[in-house]
Design a protein around this ligand. Structure first.
Ligand code: NCD
Length: 327
């Protein structure tokens, strides 16, 4: 199924490419299924036969620690066979295109390819070209990172009980962040209010048209927000010689969060998030990362359940379970 607007409130797609293409109902459904998988991750025996006989290829052509491990653990806990290919070990370093690499992998009949690529649209190209293989986008350039957006939504829903009337402030490098884009799409669809805040050079023009409030003053962006989501500056996506702010120290003084700023401006019960990897002392001070406000490790924990849900749903597991009366 190619991407497009949807009013579905269940998830029936072959691929998961971005939250932009999903309806609020589809997003809520994925979160509900992930909620059911959560319990498995803390049981003594963490394996279920749900994806037995299925194979999952992790094609990561950009660095990753959390996302890749999380997908791998999720697939293995559902008994799928997993195969990992990284950028340096793949034939893309010999000049092969992403599409040729993927077509060759698809010829070995994996059920899912999880792909991370530095170019926006990388996952979409594979989804169109490989009708027999489910494609899950694990990050395409600065475009989308849908499973990160979903795990962030699940973490927020668990922390706050829902999205209606809630305000989420996303802080930092919005221009180069696929996490920001997936969160903006996802959060606005499920009814949360989104603010972004950062230096004008790190916020794309016209973002207000996405239904987002744009701030350049940290205090204004923090006051009244239920969630503060800090982002890393994506140095790897900033062209060499590009200067988006004077110095890291200056950036941190204006846009970094520390205990003092939180005590003065934030709600007492504010929730602090970060997709990782965190640059300690730049976007967040250690006392914030490790303090009671932080749900950063909950995000990582919820990521496994969300990825289980996504793999299960793209493979039509739910439809099969309903057919067999296990729904
Ligand atoms: C993010 C990514 O790769 O886009 N990290 C992640 O997947 N957990 C954010 C980042 O790299 O800063």
């Amino acid at each position: 199924m190619s991407p497009g607007a949807s009013t579905e409130d269940t998830f029936r797609r072959k691929d998961l490419l971005g939250l932009r293409f999903l309806s609020a109902g589809e997003i809520t459904h994925i979160l509900d299924v992930a909620e059911q998988f959560r319990g498995l991750n803390t049981r003594a025996v963490k394996k279920v036969p749900t994806l037995r006989g299925k194979s999952v290829v992790h094609l990561f052509l950009e660095p990753s620690t959390r996302t890749r491990t999380s997908f791998d653990i999720a697939a293995k806990r559902m008994s799928a066979d997993t195969f990992s290919i990284s950028g340096s070990a793949s034939s893309t370093t010999k000049g092969e295109t992403l599409l040729d690499t993927a077509k060759n992998l698809a010829a070995m009949h994996p059920d899912i390819i999880v792909v991370r690529h530095r170019r926006a649209g990388g996952a979409m190209i594979l989804a169109d070209a490989l009708p027999e293989t489910c494609i899950i986008n694990a990050g395409d350039g600065a475009c989308e990172h849908p499973t990160q957006g979903l795990l962030d939504l699940l973490t927020i829903r668990r922390a706050l009980g829902g999205f209606a009337g809630r305000t989420v402030t996303i802080l930092g490098d919005i221009t180069h962040s696929r996490v920001a884009r997936s969160n903006i799409w996802g959060l606005t669809k499920v009814g949360a209010k989104v603010r972004v805040c950062g230096p004008p050079t790190l916020i794309p023009m016209g973002l207000e048209e996405w239904g987002v409030e744009v701030h350049h003053n940290l205090e204004e962006a923090v006051r009244g927000a239920d969630v503060l989501m800090a982002l890393r500056i994506q140095q790897e996506r900033i062209p060499r010689g590009g200067h988006f702010f004077p110095t890291l120290r200056e950036y941190s003084r204006l846009y970094g969060l520390n205990r003092d700023k939180l005590r003065r401006w934030a709600r007492k019960d504010v929730v602090i998030m970060h997709p990782g990897p965190v640059n300690r002392g730049v976007e967040l001070e250690p006392e914030v990362i490790d303090g009671d406000w932080s749900v950063i490790l909950d995000q990582v924990e919820n990521g496994v359940a969300v990825r289980m849900a996504c793999m299960y749903l793209v493979l039509g597991g739910e439809r099969a379970a309903a057919r067999e009366g296990r729904g």
